[in-house]
Design a binder for this molecule. Structure first.
Ligand SMILES: [Zn+2]
Ligand SMILES: [Zn+2]
Length: 315
């Protein structure tokens, strides 16, 4: 089968003809219908997440079809031990032995893949394969980030990419007010955010004090900026798996019971909750399609920050 393979970090993926994956115990063989391209894939390819299996087939937002015709989604969380203190307390996202799709396990930049059935999700009807793929990471991580931001009414989204474009819709559905912070002069992203329900979009500080901020951009300097923008008791959530170093900042910014936290991975419960909620919003994903063999072009576009919504590969 054809697959896009990472041989070494910091090199382009190569289109290869590789052996069909063989399902192990508990695994399903899935024909890949679509696979979303995530910023995490970029961090893996660029060597910022530095312990991938090699060679590796990236991709962890997979819409696949089983041999008996069922449509399933394969997310980043590919396997957990089920017995550690995290797994047994509803925090399998923190499992020390967790294995991740498109990192520890070959993913969906291919025509076929295998996945542990217990970690696959049923995809709600009403979402085409291309529309559904970004729900599996951008949507899920965005959803978990919003939950961990608490009951905030005024929510700031820092970096308006694939995750933010979904979270904005969910937040509006829940009656929250959305403020989108983008890079300077990124008027396209600002217009896109307004289209999706942001009442303000711009660079710098939002016009009102926020109750929560979610940082999707991998830029550490946004942390003190977001802390300065949230009210006392507010929460700043760092939603990315990788971020540049955070500059030092005065304690005053954290004082007043402000909370600074990260979001790591997802639990299966997040997936079930979010995929039940998505059709009720209803979430509409904006996608740009690339054929499988143009995965490098898709990643380059993401690296340049030129994406409105999400990128999806179609084998
Ligand atoms: Zn565990
Ligand atoms: Zn992802």
């Amino acid at each position: 089968m054809r697959a896009m393979v990472l041989g070494e970090p910091r090199q382009e993926l190569s289109l290869e003809d590789v052996a069909m994956p063989e399902p192990g115990p508990g695994q399903l063989l899935l024909r890949v219908r679509t696979c979303g391209v995530c910023r995490t894939d970029l961090h893996v390819v660029d060597g910022e997440l530095d312990r991938p299996k090699l060679p590796l087939v990236p991709g962890h937002q997979i819409i696949g079809e089983t041999q008996d015709g069922r449509r399933l989604g394969v997310p980043w969380l590919g396997w957990t031990c089920g017995e550690c203190r995290y797994c047994t307390s509803g925090r399998e996202n923190l499992c020390d032995r967790a294995r991740f799709t498109g990192y520890d396990i070959d993913g969906g930049y291919a025509e076929w893949t295998v996945a542990d059935e217990r970690f696959c999700f049923r995809i709600p009807d009403g979402f085409e394969d291309v529309q559904a793929a970004p729900l599996l990471c951008a949507g899920l991580i965005g959803y978990r980030s919003l939950r961990l931001a608490g009951a905030a009414e005024r929510v700031g989204l820092y970096g308006f990419g694939a995750a933010a474009h979904i979270v904005a819709q969910v937040a509006r559905h829940e009656g929250r007010r959305v403020f989108a912070v983008t890079r300077k002069r990124d008027v396209e992203a600002q217009a896109f955010a307004r289209e999706l329900g942001a009442e303000w979009a711009g660079a710098g500080t939002p016009p009102e004090e926020l109750e929560a901020a979610i940082i999707f951009a991998p830029a550490g300097e946004l942390v003190p900026a977001a802390l300065a923008a949230v009210a006392k008791g507010g929460t700043v959530v760092c939603a990315g798996i990788h971020m540049s170093d955070i500059p030092s900042f005065p304690y005053e910014l954290l004082w007043g019971e402000r909370v600074l936290r990260s979001v790591a991975n997802l639990t299966r419960r997040d997936g079930e909750e979010f995929l039940a909620l998505a059709p009720r919003v209803p979430v509409r994903t904006h996608v740009e399609l690339f054929p499988l063999e143009q995965a490098n072009e898709a990643l380059a576009k993401l690296r340049r920050g030129e994406v409105r919504g999400a990128l999806v590969l179609v084998p």
